[in-house]
Design a protein around this ligand. Structure first.
Ligand code: AMP
Length: 498
């Protein structure tokens, strides 16, 4: 695999692979630790190919575990600490890993659970497994769990071949004039945009400069961190760009080496584009788009003044060379010509083999056409002069600060809270962007509680099953739900109540 080859290549240099707070990990040490982890996996579990689950945030040794798994011919499942224990346990039930690396002592169950002390011991024991053990192109390299409409997260499987295809597609967009450099490493490892840093940047000998959630939530720390980072390639959600732009410090003087800013994962506004061009006149700014199911990114466009002035919203870009983008009629599935709105379909080498253990869903959203794998994105789009424009979702999925949330996932978890008979969740939007969620709940029996107290209790109950970003800010009790003609909750009528 190209990344594992690159680790070996840069291990022979004195380059730094990852920086996290005061700690640094060289390529040589990353290569050595991942080799040691792989050797331990092979010694302990032989040929077994079950993926390794990793529960943590941005710990310096997470990549060594990921790449160690790949070197032992198995995949990994990164689960960020935003996932509460119960949701992480659901993922473990689904994956059935034999090994869980748990940096937070969450009490997750598997045959072997390693904490950082156990990991340090494994790293110190050394070993260098033969390349013949490395992951093969058709094998699953990682499984990322995203919000699922059933109320349980669903695992998107991505093969080593999918990642190689992504890397080929993204390379012309990400390439920097000089070798080396520093890439922002801020996205949690359970969100696929982190693959840009882990695979594209590391395989080119770049240093990952880690910014964790604690730094993000503390502006002075965030800016002090960025100031000393030397970042040349910035990949993040537009939400992080908007947060940084609230400070006047966020300009070339703070990041003098920054050459490319790539925003992806959610709608990028023209306003963000304009502000970035103004604050970083020497850098290039891009809007990029892609679903986890087609491996991170599939389209991109350079944002210019002219593009920002042309329309109310920015295009999501030109399709990458590694796959084909088609717009299909939502009713008939027929491919449509330029200018017509329809569902964006993606076909090519970066399309996932499917969700783990979800045959019916796979049947619905994945397909084969003349031997090429395809994915129905659920995104309403149109194309003009080669550029794709995004108009919104065809289902109840929203993006909240870049996080993917299925409204039905939140609704399903709300009905598991005691005394809630039915629930409906609506996105709250500002300037065309989802800024939060509001839930309406129908109680089984009156609880006599003041609404603020009830909302607090429900939120606390949800915190046990859902990541914090999926918990509705406002929770309102209703006596009945307005229903539409097919007996479903009429969300438009509910929205009118807001
Ligand atoms: P994820 O799998 O978490 O990356 O989410 C993929 C979904 O995020 C896509 O199907 C879109 O709905 C949305 N998305 C990603 N990038 C963009 C973008 N640049 N503009 C608008 N929506 C985006």
């Amino acid at each position: 695999m190209f990344l594992l080859e690159a680790l070996k290549k840069y291990a022979a240099t004195d380059r730094t692979a990852i920086r996290y707070r005061e700690d640094m990990l060289s390529f040589a040490e990353l290569d050595r630790r991942s080799d040691a982890f792989a050797a331990w996996l092979l010694d302990t579990f032989g040929d077994d190919r079950t993926p390794v689950m990793i529960y943590g945030h941005k710990e310096l040794d997470i990549p060594a575990c990921m790449f160690g798994a790949l070197k032992a011919g198995r995949g990994y499942v990164p689960v960020d600490t935003t996932f509460p224990r119960e949701r992480a346990a659901q993922i473990a039930e689904e994956v059935r890993p034999r090994v869980i690396v748990d940096f937070y002592h969450m009490g997750l169950e598997a045959e072997t659970v390693l904490d950082d002390a156990a990991l340090a011991e494994i790293f110190s024991s050394g070993g260098e497994p033969a390349r013949g053990n490395w992951i093969a192109p058709e094998e699953v390299a990682y499984i990322l769990f995203t919000s699922g409409s059933t109320g349980r997260p669903k695992g998107v499987q991505v093969t080593a071949g999918n990642i190689a295809s992504f890397d080929r597609g993204v390379a012309p967009w990400f390439v920097l004039p000089e070798e080396g450099g520093v890439c922002l490493n801020e996205i949690s490892y359970s969100f696929d945009v982190s693959v840009c840093a882990l695979y594209y940047a590391l395989s080119r000998g770049m240093t990952l400069y880690t910014v964790d959630r604690a730094a993000l939530n503390d502006t002075p720390v965030l800016f002090a961190t960025l100031r000393e980072s030397g970042i040349s390639l910035w990949v993040s959600t537009p939400s992080l760009g908007e947060l940084c732009l609230q400070s006047e410090q966020f300009r070339t003087a703070l990041l003098p080496r920054a050459q490319k800013f790539v925003f992806c994962g959610e709608v990028m506004t023209c306003k963000l584009g304009r502000q970035m061009l103004e604050r970083f006149p020497g850098a290039k700014v891009y809007n990029a788009y892609g679903p986890t199911e087609a491996t991170v990114l599939v389209t991109a466009v350079e944002v210019t003044e002219a593009l920002c002035a042309a329309r109310a919203s920015l295009p999501i870009g030109y399709g990458f060379s590694n796959l084909r983008c088609e717009i299909a009629d939502v009713e008939t599935g027929r491919y449509l010509p330029d200018g017509k709105e329809g569902e964006l379909l993606l076909l090519g080498g970066s399309v996932s083999p499917g969700y783990l253990n979800r045959p019916e869903l796979n049947e619905r959203v994945f397909f084969e056409e003349n031997g090429v794998r395809g994915y129905r994105t659920g995104d309403l789009c149109y194309r003009e002069a080669g550029l794709l424009y995004y108009l919104g979702r065809l289902d109840g999925q929203v993006k909240l600060n870049g996080f993917r949330v299925e409204l039905e996932d939140v609704e399903s978890n709300l009905t598991k809270v005691s005394n809630i008979a039915r629930a409906a969740v609506l996105p709250v939007c500002q300037d065309g962007k989802v800024t939060g969620l509001t839930a309406f709940v129908l109680l089984e029996k009156p609880d006599g509680l003041p609404s603020l107290k009830r909302a607090k209790q429900i939120r606390e109950a949800l915190a046990g099953t859902l990541p914090a970003y999926m918990i509705p800010r406002k929770i309102l009790a209703v006596d009945s739900f307005p229903l539409n003609t097919n007996g479903k909750v009429d969300k438009k009528a509910l929205a009118a109540r807001l």
